[in-house]
Design a protein. Structure first.
Length: 212
């Protein structure tokens, strides 16, 4: 949901995930707020002075709408309701869980880490609008270096330790601190290149940054 709902992406993403679970795999898919969050946050701030915690709650509501969209397109293959609390144990025979944001003070990135912990996974993939993490903004600096592998300590120096609603970071600071503490790796890759994502799922070489 960059500006409008990307139906072509959704169709292709659905196909990739359904192929993935056919081989006995499971997936927890955590929806972000996307353009919905951006529009509603901007509108609220034009109308009144809004506290950050309330901007977070507005963003969480946007993730729930996006998550419902994902849940319905996966149909019977997915758990019958959007999962909200990533610390809750879920008993089910489905292979897909669609989750939303949970609590203020972070983005849905942290929820993805908590879901991974819940199910004993060690990797989280962040499908986003960038192909790699860079040392600087590549749109502004020609000398920006592509970082294919980066340690958590180095990455956290780049993004800091403070969460601000709608902040632009490949992976949010609060989630990063938790991922480092739990010894998880996070893979950053561009969402629009789903063939690249398929390579990752198959254990093949892929384009993207690995933080660990």
């Amino acid at each position: 949901m960059p500006d409008e709902v990307d139906t072509i992406f959704l169709k292709n993403f659905r196909r990739v995930i359904l192929d993935f679970i056919k081989n006995g795999n499971r997936a927890v898919i955590v929806a972000g707020g996307g353009g919905t969050n951006k529009k509603y946050n901007a509108a609220a701030q034009k109308a009144a002075k809004i506290k950050n915690v309330d901007l977070d709650w507005l963003g969480i509501a946007a993730t729930k709408l996006n998550a419902e969209l994902l849940r319905v397109i996966f149909g019977a293959a997915a758990y019958e309701e959007v999962a909200v609390d990533p610390t809750k144990k879920i008993k089910m025979n489905k292979k897909i869980i669609i989750a939303s944001g949970w609590l203020p003070g972070c983005s849905s990135d942290k929820d993805a880490i908590l879901w991974a912990k819940n199910f004993g996974a060690t990797s989280v993939v962040n499908l986003t609008n960038i192909d790699y993490i860079y040392s600087k903004d590549p749109k502004k600096f020609k000398d920006a270096k592509r970082l294919e592998k980066i340690k958590w300590a180095e990455y956290r120096k780049m993004v800091g330790n403070k969460w601000i609603p709608r902040m632009h970071a490949p992976f949010d600071p609060i989630a990063s601190g938790l991922a480092e503490k739990l010894g998880m790796e996070v893979i950053i890759m561009e969402a629009n290149h789903l063939n690249n994502f398929k390579k990752f799922l198959k254990g093949e070489g892929f384009r993207g940054s690995v933080i660990k």
